[in-house]
Design a protein around this ligand. Sequence first.
Ligand SMILES: O=C(O)[C@H](O)CO
Length: 359
Amino acid sequence: MWYGRVALRRLQRIAVAPLSVGSSLTRAAQREMSSLPRVYITRQIPPEGLRILRESGQVQFDIWDSDDVPVPRKELLKKVKGVDGLVCVLTEKIDAELLDAAGPNLKVLSTMSVGFDHLSLEELKKRRIRVGYTPDVLTDAVAELTVALLLTTSRRLVEATHEAKTGGWGTWRTLWLCGYELANSTVGILGLGRIGVAIAERLKPFKVKKFIYTDVAPRPELARMIDAEYVSMDELARQSDFLAVCCALTPETKEICNKDLFSKMKNTSIFINTSRGGVVHQEDLYEALSSGQIAGAGLDVTVPEPLPTSHPLFTLKNCVILPHIASASYTTRNAMSALAANNLLLGLKGEPMIKELKL
Ligand SMILES: O=C(O)[C@H](O)CO
């Protein structure tokens, strides 16, 4: 269930109560509370996660009381001082500076995201800080949104609604607003994991002819689930009518979608990215779209985020840009917050987390 803003604020007041040791508490209760591990939460996370933390009776926590504005870095560096645990989202850079500010008490970091490119894994490992993250629970939502974005881009839905609303809709025309269909197409997946499989499963009923994928190595178990063929990066570019990027952002995948890739794609191909903006060389993508090297692109992620409204990509009719909403369903965001909360609590107890990154 999703709580409204007022209910959420009420929940938060209750949740943070242990830190503001009130006069109504007995001294014994105050002592007990102040001996609990201290946790800082960098964002107003959905209510399910807050409820779990509050009802656990296992931690005292403080929270940045906003979803609209990220916690300013200066404030964050102050707030993390001495904490035992930290719950963050993808807008917080967890690096040496922050970990130094937190100090040696910090044992567990729990990010409410499947992506972990905002975390300096090396620094975390060096300090033996355990890291929880939230894969799986968002797979359905991300796959669903990816399909929606793919169809929106390939069938030119944004252009079409704009034309209908602004008087561009004249007589029925034979080739007006034509796009590309999935039937009989080849769909390529760059980085085959749970999300890539879920996307392919949803696209299959659209009569896709063939699924292909590339990755650092073949992933036969996953590939078998969707009858996908392993190909090289070059072949992926050459054969794909639709190319969906599903890989994590790492030093190896940074700007892997660049001029070299786009130049090998068909000029009827559609490029879709719901992973991280950093895997794309955006100037090269702009070039490929504006020159007609590829037919269109649908992006849920960009660099930076938010992408300034003056960015050249916004001038292109064949580029659909969404504000990083792939996992944004009420169910999924609550599930992510619950998983992040449970990971944190387990980590603080010294038990295996439900989803823990191997550092
Ligand atoms: O990494 C993630 O979790 C997504 O990008 C946002 O849900």
